[in-house]
Design a protein around this ligand. Structure first.
Ligand SMILES: NC(=O)c1ccc[n+]([C@@H]2O[C@H](COP(=O)([O-])OP(=O)(O)OC[C@H]3O[C@@H](n4cnc5c(N)ncnc54)[C@H](O)[C@@H]3O)[C@@H](O)[C@H]2O)c1
Length: 345
C-alpha cells in the first residue's frame, strides 16, 4: 500500500512511518517541520526506496492537492496536529488553524483526489485522534466509542472539531474514513516537553521533577510502538466509517508513574540519593482533566488487538532509550518553550 502519513516527523507519526516501511509499505511523510518535529525520528528509514518526504503545511490546500496528485496514495493516515495541551492554553489559535482548518484541508484534498480516481472503495482516510475529546472521568468508568464528546481544553476541542469534520465528510461525500481515539502515548522519540521525557531528563540533570497539583490525575498509558501497530491494523482491517478507541490497559496516576520512572532510574543509573527525592508538586494546569480511561473492547474483539507491554515494561525500554540517545534529545532542549512552565493561563 502507498500511505500518505501527515505529521510523520513527530512522535507518533514517526513510529507509524518506521513500522509501515518495515512492513513493506510505501510511505510519503508530509510534515511542516514545526518546533515539535524531528527528521532524526525517521533517520532509520529515510534511505529506503519505500520512503519519501514532502515538507508542506496542512493549512495550505493547494500544496496538499499537488502532493495527492504527485504521489497518488492508496490511503491517508492523518496525524499532523498541534499536540501539547499546555501550549493550547497559551496560544489556542495555532490549534484551531492546524487541527481544525488543517484537517478540513486534508479532507478536501483527499476527497477531490478520491473523486478524481473514480471513488475507489479501497481508499481510506484514517484520522488519528485522542481520548481527550471525551472529557474527564471520575474515579470509575471508561470511555467507549459511544461516549458523548465533552472536550475541555483548546487542544481537545480542536481535536473534537476535527473528528466531527471527518464524520461529516464520510456522511456527506461518502469518503471512506476510519477514526481512532487513543490514550496518552509514551516511548522513544517523545518530544522533551511532555511529562515522561520531562521526568527522565529532569532527574538525569538533578533538577526538581515537576508534578502538576497533587499528582492524582490518571492516564491510560500506551507504548507508542503498540499504538503504531494498532493504527496500521485499523487502517487495513477496520470497518469503513467506524471509530476505535485504543488504550494501553495501563491506568496510573501521574504520581505513581513518576515514582515508577524514578525507581527504574535508581536501578539503571544510580545517583547519590533516590531520584524520587527530586519530586516537586507545582501549581496545577487550569482545567486539568482528572482521569481518562479507555474501554478497548471494540478493537480487541473486532480486530484482535491488544497492547504488547505493561507500563512498567514500556517505561523501562523508554528510560533505557533516553539514557542511550542523549544526542537526540540534548539539541531539542534549546527549542522555544522547552523546559519552561507553559499553560498557566
Ligand atoms: N501524544 C499523545 O499521547 C497522543 C494521544 C492521542 C492522540 N494523539 C494524536 O496523535 C497525533 C500525533 O501526536 P504526536 O504526539 O505525535 O504529536 P507531535 O507534536 O509529536 O507531532 C506532530 C507533527 O505534526 C507536524 N505538524 C504540526 N502542524 C503541522 C501543520 N500545520 N502542517 C503539517 N504538519 C504539521 C509537526 O511538525 C510534528 O511533526 C496528533 O494528531 C495527536 O492529536 C496524540
Amino acid at each position: 500500500m502507498k500511505l500518505l502519513v501527515t505529521g510523520g516527523a513527530g512522535f507518533i507519526g514517526s513510529a507509524v512511518v518506521r513500522l509501515a516501511v518495515a512492513r513493506g509499505h510505501e510511505v510519503v511523510n508530509l510534515d511542516a517541520l514545526t518546533y515539535a518535529a524531528c527528521l532524526e525520528n525517521v533517520a532509520s528509514v529515510s534511505a529506503s526506496p519505500l520512503y519519501s518526504f514532502e515538507q508542506a503545511d496542512i493549512r495550505d490546500l493547494p500544496a496538499l492537492e499537488a502532493i495527492f496528485q504527485k504521489h497518488q496514495p492508496d490511503a491517508v493516515m492523518h496525524l499532523a496536529a498541534e499536540s501539547h495541551v499546555d501550549r493550547s492554553i497559551d496560544g489556542p489559535q495555532a490549534f484551531i488553524e492546524t487541527n481544525v482548518m488543517g484537517t478540513y484541508n486534508m479532507l478536501q484534498a483527499a476527497r477531490h483526489y478520491w473523486e478524481g480516481c473514480g471513488k475507489p472503495k479501497a481508499f481510506r482516510f484514517h484520522h488519528i485522534s485522542t481520548d481527550e475529546v471525551f472529557g474527564s472521568l471520575g474515579a470509575t468508568g471508561q470511555f467507549t466509542e459511544e461516549t458523548p464528546y465533552d472536550p475541555r481544553s483548546p487542544y481537545s476541542a480542536s481535536k473534537a472539531s476535527s473528528d466531527h469534520l471527518v464524520r461529516a465528510w464520510a456522511e456527506t461525500y461518502g469518503l471512506p474514513v476510519v477514526l481512532t481515539n487513543c490514550s496518552n502515548n509514551y516511548g522513544p522519540f517523545h518530544f522533551p516537553e511532555k511529562l515522561i521525557p520531562v521526568v527522565i531528563l529532569s532527574a538525569l540533570a538533578g533538577k526538581p521533577i515537576p508534578i502538576y497539583g497533587k499528582g492524582e490525575n490518571v492516564r491510560d498509558w500506551l507504548y507508542v510502538e503498540d499504538h503504531a501497530d494498532a493504527l496500521l491494523l485499523v487502517l487495513e482491517k477496520g470497518a469503513v466509517g467506524r471509530s476505535y478507541n485504543i488504550g494501553g490497559e495501563n491506568e496510573r496516576s501521574n504520581l505513581e508513574l513518576v515514582q515508577t520512572i524514578c525507581t527504574i532510574l535508581d536501578t539503571l543509573k544510580p545517583a547519590s540519593a533516590p531520584y524520587a527525592d527530586l519530586i516537586e508538586f507545582v501549581t496545577d494546569r487550569p482545567g486539568h482533566d482528572l482521569r481518562y480511561a479507555i474501554d478497548p473492547t471494540r478493537i480487541r474483539e473486532e480486530l484482535g488487538w491488544r497492547p504488547s507491554v505493561t507500563v512498567e515494561e514500556g517505561l523501562e525500554k523508554t528510560v533505557r532509550w533516553y539514557l542511550e540517545n542523549e544526542e537526540w534529545w540534548q539539541p531539542l532542549l534549546g527549542r522555544a518553550g522547552v523546559g519552561e512552565r507553559l499553560g498557566r493561563a
